[in-house]
Design a protein around this ligand. Sequence first.
Ligand SMILES: O=C(O)CCC(=O)C(=O)O
Length: 316
Amino acid sequence: MTRLTRRFQRRALIRPNLPYYVWRFVGNGARTFRALTTSASFSDTPAVARELLDQGIVVGPSDRFLSDQGRVALASSARKMLDRSRGEDIQAILAGTSSPDDRKKDFLVNLFPSQGGTHSSSPLLKLALDRKLLEIVSLYLGVWPCLHSIAVWLNYATEDPPEASQLWHRDPEDLKVIKVFIYLADVDEQHGPFTYIPKTHPFGAQAVRADACRTKRVDDARMHRFFPPTQWRVCTGPANTMILADTVGFHRGGKPTSGTRLLITFTYTSATPFVARPLGVKGHPAWLSSAIQRYAIAPAVRSDHAPTHKSSPGSP
Ligand SMILES: O=C(O)CCC(=O)C(=O)O
């Protein structure tokens, strides 16, 4: 299965083809069946999913995408992460007097590293498994999703030229991927907003044009030749702005020129991703109330608490 579909890694499918049908109906048959046979529980999720299918991205206040329980989990997660970002150890990293042990990128600190697993009572896990959010992701992917990773990034300004995810790229995790970003503080141009080229996602109206831009990482000068800046969606916004995007579409971000950017990010894939899933959950989340949540977490709940994979949500 993976051999058949892997050649489409970091490429947006232009139309449904054999590997797509194998991915959806063979590799993810039960999840596809569930998605096709379950009706939406929230009246506004189909409209959000339609926008996502058309544009590859939706942006708005977090209330639009979360249930009441999700909003509570976001408030609690935001409080914890804002406190964490003010801790002495983090401030020392920002001041350049210390560096984190697990740093994968020189322009951010992950305040929620995956090593050791995520505790089942974490409000971030509750937020990531919010039923309304999962419903939107499912309506977009066409399969009941797997939660692939959770991270919290504090991006800061550096003197270096754009590197890694600060350059235009497509994500490699799966044939279709949804990444969610929730800003925990206001993000203006100088804070390195997430930036996306609408319709370059799988089956998007610009997927053919975007396919010509084959390089893995693309700088702004080269991207101008394919898509001028008037077509870039620059996602500035106040705290609690939430972005859902298929990051197989072209995107970049996270390069503040001053100040910092603090956000929560989740990745959702099918159950047959190309990139091993970093998520592990310690203990059993007894609060799960629906089948879509159980599917999203299976089989990440582990009794030994040991992470089994080496990949990192901090390294798109
Ligand atoms: O930091 C950002 O705004 C972009 C992150 C990114 O490119 C990714 O998660 O793939």
